[in-house]
Ligand binder design. Structure first.
Ligand code: H79
Length: 447
């Protein structure tokens, strides 16, 4: 290979790679791994949050012109191809007089949730806040006429609940130039996306980052048609909130801080990334009057445990009605999860992923120290013979207890297959019972 050719390859690569590097650095001042760990620390400990999808779509609640529209409720305008003027009329019935943000914060807290993320503006472009750059917001377009985010932010700050805003930066079906997943269906939507970004998205992101005190998270969504140029005018705004966490959905090559599997739990953790599964309790994010396909409390708790055992967070959704009420089936489930978390929360918060590849009876989380630490065994299937094998655990166990019965000590035998724990005949919790295992030395597992 000639020297010139070698260098031309090197230069070619540099030219290909440099713009990305420069781009990333320009977008965010360099942060050391230690600084990043410090910034992410509360979020990694939290493990469980509440997602709130609320907007004008809660008025049609899944039905347009007497027809039930397929799909997720907040997509009704898109899926029903509802013209802009017709959709805007729904806002006249959006009057959440029963809204009690402090009760919502308390509900989240009692469920064991450690942060809240609410839709400040979804794909329908409707702002739940007082936006100066549009009339398509709760203050100007509804009989309610008051900013919805302000009292929630106040309640969150009062109760020490970190608050995040979801903002649909690319899709906007009500402002000219905003993107739509499958293209516009009303000429009123046509326009320049660059103008939309400049005149709506940028000032609105400035508004939500400026007017509500400390914000913990900015949650972008669906980077449809987001070029690096469009994203590059939005990303730098996040520096208005020091320490804010952003997700991977801005587009334009920005990775953000977190990966965001939606409606599914990955088979394993995501190497080298923080991640958060967002999920609905039924089959819709925004309220749909006839969606009764609720997941059981058992499924929701086991999902949380499964996700924690893989090192991720669970952002679980509620979709309030146009009156401002969280549906009863959601409230019921949050209460039951809360009761479980009261006993077992120690095995979720601040834990890291399981050191085992496969546990036939359930899941494991851990809190390790240099000279030992604790394993938490989450038993879904209680052994009929009263013996639970922790396969491959080589470290001696100094103590094993049930979180549901802290005074008790369980007998542990060391066997060639691993630690064998003797259990009482009945499971303390039919959904998931936790055994805390104190290690007598550094964790060692034979796989
Ligand atoms: O806010 C919630 C959803 O509305 C949003 N993300 C979560 C957090 C979301 N946006 N897009 N999607 C979820 C998935 C999009 C699916 C689509 Fe389609 C498939 C868009 C176009 C094809 C579903 C089917 C909607 C229209 C047809």
């Amino acid at each position: 290979m000639s020297r010139w050719f070698q260098w031309s390859v090197v230069y070619g690569l540099l030219i290909a790679v440099l713009p990305c590097v420069a781009h990333a650095q320009e977008a965010k001042p360099a942060e050391t791994p230690e600084q990043r760990d410090a910034r992410m620390s509360w979020w990694r400990d939290a493990r469980f949050g509440m997602f709130i999808h609320w907007g004008v779509y809660s008025v049609p609640a899944g039905t347009y012109n007497g027809k039930q529209i397929d799909g997720i409720g907040e997509w009704i305008m898109h899926n029903g191809k509802i013209p802009v003027s017709e959709y805007r009329a729904y806002a006249k019935q959006f009057n959440p007089v029963k809204y009690d943000p402090e009760a919502w914060v308390k509900m989240a807290q009692d469920a064991g949730m450690k942060y809240i993320v609410i839709t400040s503006k979804h794909h329908d472009g409707f702002a739940l806040f007082d936006s100066k750059v549009t009339e398509w917001d709760v203050v100007d377009a509804t009989p309610y006429g008051k900013d919805l985010l302000k009292p929630l932010a106040d309640a969150c700050h009062k109760h020490g609940m970190p608050l995040g805003f979801y903002y649909s930066q690319a899709q906007d079906w009500n402002h000219p130039g905003g993107a739509a997943a499958q293209g516009h269906w009303d000429p009123a939507q046509d326009g320049s996306m660059d103008e939309y970004i400049k005149n709506i998205a940028v000032p609105q992101v400035e508004e939500i980052l400026s007017n509500y005190g400390k914000l913990a998270i900015l949650w972008w969504d669906t980077p449809k048609d987001m070029t690096p140029e469009r994203a590059s005018v939005l990303f730098p705004l996040t520096s208005m909130q020091p320490g804010i966490i952003t997700n991977n959905r801005l587009g334009g090559g920005y990775e953000g801080d977190t990966d965001t599997p939606e409606q599914h739990i990955p088979d394993t953790g995501i190497e080298g990334r923080d991640w958060e599964v967002c999920m609905t309790m039924n089959d819709t994010w925004g309220f749909k009057s006839y969606d009764d396909n609720w997941k059981s409390t058992e499924t929701l708790i086991r999902n949380l445990v499964d996700i924690a055992s893989k090192g991720g967070n669970y952002l679980l959704n509620v979709g309030p009605t146009s009156e401002g009420l969280i549906p009863d089936p959601s409230i019921q489930r949050l209460k039951e999860i809360g009761a479980w978390m009261k006993v077992n929360g120690e095995a979720i918060y601040g834990t890291t992923a399981s050191p085992f590849t496969n546990l036939p009876w359930g899941r494991c989380t851990k809190k390790l120290t240099a000279d030992g630490g604790r394993l938490y065994l989450h038993v879904f299937t209680w052994p009929a013979d009263g013996k639970l094998l922790v396969p491959g655990l080589k470290t001696a166990v100094s103590k094993a207890t049930l979180l549901a019965a802290p005074g008790t000590t369980l007998t542990v035998e060391t066997t060639p297959q691993g630690a064998l724990i003797s259990l009482p005949s009945a499971a303390p919790d039919g959904i998931s019972s936790t055994i805390a295992v104190d290690l007598a030395g550094p964790l060692q597992v034979a796989q």
